[in-house]
Design a protein around this ligand. Structure first.
Ligand code: FES
Length: 267
């Protein structure tokens, strides 16, 4: 696990590309610690990060690293509010303030285990870098992704060989992502599930894996202010008491959780 220096670094934006309803933001980070799959960065725009000159800046946004190669980190963005909108506006030549990579990422599967990656919406990002890391070890993963509609489903291009489910049926399977997962878990062999996405989806994945006795690692989302364990804004209940998503996670063993529904996160 790489430990990030606890200082924000000023990094150059090298590009930003549209990917359906999302954007992929590319940031040069040649000297930073290489991120582990599942780790995240607290990102803020270096300029115009707040409502106006006299107003308080926004909190940085916690974003999973989606890819890291050739000294660049990629992040998947969805414009869901003023902070993410500002990050979506960034273009080559702009700068960001970055603190990271932070948190505990995914553990590598055992050689006998078949990795199944299950992601929803913008939560597919950490599964993309996990797929990259597994490929470097010569391991193939099954990829199942769910989206609300066809525009968002274009985000599936972030990973290779994905099977897709959409709520509106415009792309792939019409219906729940867990329909695809249930069919996959019915195959023979020992499986391990890696998942990230909206809390309701994550909880459905957790419950299905628990019912089938399949181990799962879940990347949780929680409101974060500091990202390094100081503010306790991101605590979630676990079977062993409260844990901070930013330092004890964001990836948790599903067996440690009663539920993947995080208090305070809309679902
Ligand atoms: Fe501050 Fe986790 S975000 S303790």
């Amino acid at each position: 696990m790489s430990i990030a220096p606890l200082a924000r670094r000023r990094l150059a934006v090298t590009g930003s590309e549209e990917l359906g309803a999302y954007r992929v933001l590319r940031v040069a980070d040649p000297d930073g610690p290489p991120p582990q799959p599942g780790q995240f960065t607290m990102l803020a725009a270096a300029q115009r990060w707040g409502g106006g000159e006299d107003e308080r800046p926004y909190l940085p946004r916690a974003l999973s690293v989606a890819h890291h190669a050739d000294g660049e980190s990629h992040y998947l963005l969805e414009d869901v509010g003023p902070g993410t909108r500002r990050l979506c506006e960034l273009a080559r030549g702009d700068e960001v303030l970055a603190l990271g990579p932070l948190g505990r990422g995914f553990a590598t599967p055992a050689p006998r285990q078949r990795a199944i990656l299950v992601g929803g919406g913008v939560g597919i990002a950490p599964l993309a870098i996990l797929q990259d890391a597994l490929a470097l070890r010569g391991m193939k993963a099954v990829v199942l992704l769910g989206f609300r509609d066809g525009d968002r489903a274009r985000g599936a291009a972030l990973l290779r060989d994905a099977r897709v489910a959409t709520d509106d049926g415009s792309v792939g399977h019409r219906g729940l992502l867990t329909d695809l997962l249930a069919a996959e878990l019915a195959q023979s062999g020992e499986a391990v599930v890696y998942s990230c996405g909206p809390a309701a989806m994550l909880e459905a994945v957790r419950a299905l894996c628990a019912a089938r006795g399949v181990p799962a690692q879940l990347a949780l989302e929680a409101p974060m202010a500091c990202g390094f364990g100081a503010c306790f804004g991101c605590v979630v209940p676990t079977r062993d008491g409260y844990a901070r998503v930013c330092v004890d996670g964001p990836v948790f063993d599903a067996a440690a959780l009663e539920s993947a529904l995080v208090p305070g996160v809309g679902h």
